[in-house]
Design a protein around this ligand. Structure first.
Ligand code: FES
Ligand code: FES
Length: 162
């Protein structure tokens, strides 16, 4: 067993796990954070996407031990502390960016990563950011609309009179 110390959704955690444990397994099976889904286990579907130090990563392709000392954000960490939805969650809901919801946590975290790097992405940039995330239900159009809405929501609405 190896000891892993990391921050998950801004909560410090220390946990013992076998060295071969994947990050997705640590999240789902050891910590009960089942919002992170596992659709393929082979780094293809993106359902397991989380943020590690702010960047989107596929948690099925990372050993839990590799997250030692890192900061992880899962879908459970998106909502504000007062319970209100994160802009990306609100946008997915309002734009009907999901049907079965299996891909949705990974889609939203990939989108959060994109919007942190590019607050005003065009459709091509959104598609490129989502190329590692598969959806079997929506046809992607409403997901793209949701990310556009979240980008607008994050943008300041005033111009300081300039
Ligand atoms: Fe990780 Fe599919 S479960 S990419
Ligand atoms: Fe079903 Fe995307 S909403 S896989």
């Amino acid at each position: 067993m190896t000891t892993i110390s990391l921050s998950i959704n801004e909560r410090p955690i220390q946990i013992e796990a076998e060295p071969r444990t994947l990050l997705v397994q640590l999240l789902r099976e050891h910590l009960g954070l089942t919002g992170t889904h596992c659709g393929c286990d082979t780094s293809q579907c993106g359902a397991c996407t989380v943020l590690m130090d702010g960047r989107a990563v596929k948690s099925c392709s990372i050993l839990a031990a590799q997250a030692n000392g890192r900061s992880i954000t899962t879908v459970e960490g998106l909502a504000r502390s007062d319970g209100s939805l994160h802009p990306i969650q609100r946008a997915f809901s309002e734009q009907h960016g999901l049907q079965c919801g299996f891909c949705t946590p990974g889609m939203m975290l990939a989108a959060v990563d994109l919007l942190q790097r590019n607050p005003d992405p065009d459709d091509a940039a959104i598609c490129e950011a989502l190329e590692g995330n598969l959806c079997r239900c929506t046809g992607y159009q409403n997901i793209i609309k949701a990310i556009r809405q979240a980008a607008r929501a994050d943008r300041p609405t005033h111009s300081n009179g300039a």
